[in-house]
Design a protein around this ligand. Structure first.
Ligand code: NAD
Ligand code: ZN
Length: 356
């Protein structure tokens, strides 16, 4: 499936790497070097296959492997990448290719954005989260000290090649974390999609390729539409932050032991509870959300955290955004809005629904 909107690059979705060669050929890479950037887990699963395809399309294929894990999405790893690229004599015309999840995509994209003031890169996302979310929209970056995504750049890939067959090796936990962002897509933009997710929970959980390809396609479209309307996050794009204000705080307080998508899901429950308390949506929506999340094996409660601490932690996000929290609420299922008046007391009350 090809999707070609106003974003200048192409997104290709396939079950397998069978079309990667053809897509790379379109970029005329015969004279270029390509460095595949990947992490230790993905390297052992997919590097050999991808590297052999890449090397048949360019002058020379290289690779850079770093240890898997969010804790390595930092400037030290970027420095190692720069050193490897200098050693391999990469120049302005050469390419990077991110093979992996969001950690690889963010880090590789940031390396591509900054090496020699910017070189081209390709995304080959291999996790559910990266296929529906992080590979789209051009945000790249790394963490700095305890601050997530503190250093980064907007840099668009030349091609996104999504192989949904790579999802079959993903752990249950990683898969359900990706579902957090997907449920969020339904909540903010698309009520029929939200219902469809519920109705197809079994097939999705079984990773049925036909159903998965529809899911990745729709979620891709939702993310693309939002990003295309607002590439630099002035307004519309903020809607993608549903569940993220409180979700990020929970993620941080768990020392990143809880997964991003799971924290987003918890944040969505709290945001929905606040919306219900304001009379914006029907109270029965809450139990509907809980049952969708449970169907996908997502946690609906978190223990060991106090609401006061979570709310305090959201203040560091606030400082970064000129003193206001742009909180995302739901006007109805499929329609979200930015609200700057949500109080800390409302957040505390909303969090009551998820604290065990
Ligand atoms: P990840 O990249 O760490 O991948 C999760 C784990 O799965 C890793 O251990 C990885 O090695 C492994 N893995 C990857 N593909 C696999 C496969 N096919 N089979 C088996 N194992 C596989 O994490 P993620 O959830 O993909 O991404 C999270 C990151 O994405 C965070 O750093 C977050 O900040 C970032 N993110 C960025 C954006 C953006 O717009 N740039 C959006 C959302 C999230
Ligand atoms: Zn997210």
């Amino acid at each position: 499936v090809h999707m070609n909107g106003t974003l200048i690059y192409e997104i290709v979705m396939e079950a397998g790497f069978g079309r990667l060669k053809e897509e790379l050929k379109k970029l005329n890479l015969e004279e270029r070097k390509i460095c595949i950037v990947t992490d230790s887990n993905v390297a052992s699963l997919y590097l050999e296959e991808v590297e052999s395809i890449v090397s048949s399309c360019c002058r020379k294929a290289e690779h850079f492997i770093f240890p898997a894990g969010e804790e390595n999405k930092n400037l030290d790893t970027v420095k190692n990448l720069y050193e490897a690229l200098i050693l391999k004599q990469f120049d302005r015309q050469d390419y990077l290719l991110a093979l992996g999840g969001g950690v690889v995509g963010d880090l590789c994209g940031y390396g591509a954005a900054t090496y020699l003031r910017g070189i081209s890169f390709i995304q080959v996302p291999t996790t559910l989260l990266s296929q529906v979310d992080s590979s789209i929209g051009g945000k790249t970056g790394v963490d700095f000290d305890s601050y997530k995504n503190m250093v980064g750049a907007f840099h668009m890939p030349k091609l996104v090649y999504t192989n949904i067959a790579s999802l079959k090796t993903l752990s249950e936990e990683q898969f359900s974390s990706g579902m957090g962002e997907i449920i969020k897509h339904g909540l903010i933009k698309d009520e029929p999609y939200y219902r469809w997710l519920m109705e197809h929970a079994t097939e999705i959980q079984n990773r049925d390729f036909t159903v998965l390809s529809q899911l990745v396609l729709v979620s891709n479209q939702i993310k693309r539409e939002v990003v295309e309307k607002d590439p630099t996050e002035q307004g519309e794009r903020a809607l993608l932050n549903l569940g993220h204000t409180l979700g990020h705080a929970i993620e941080k307080l768990s020392d990143f032991r809880l997964m991003h998508g799971h924290c987003v899901g918890l944040g969505c429950i709290a945001a929905m509870a606040i919306s219900i308390n304001r009379g914006m949506i029907q109270p029965e929506e809450l139990s509907r959300l809980l049952s969708v999340m449970e169907a996908f094996g997502m946690p609906v409660t978190v223990s060991g955290l106090s609401p006061e601490n979570i709310v305090l932690t959201t203040r560091s996000d606030k400082k970064m955004d000129s003193g206001t929290v742009r909180f995302i609420l739901l006007e109805q299922i499929g329609k979200a809005c930015v609200n700057k008046t949500v109080t800390e007391a409302e957040m505390t009350e909303g969090l009551r629904h998820i604290l065990a």
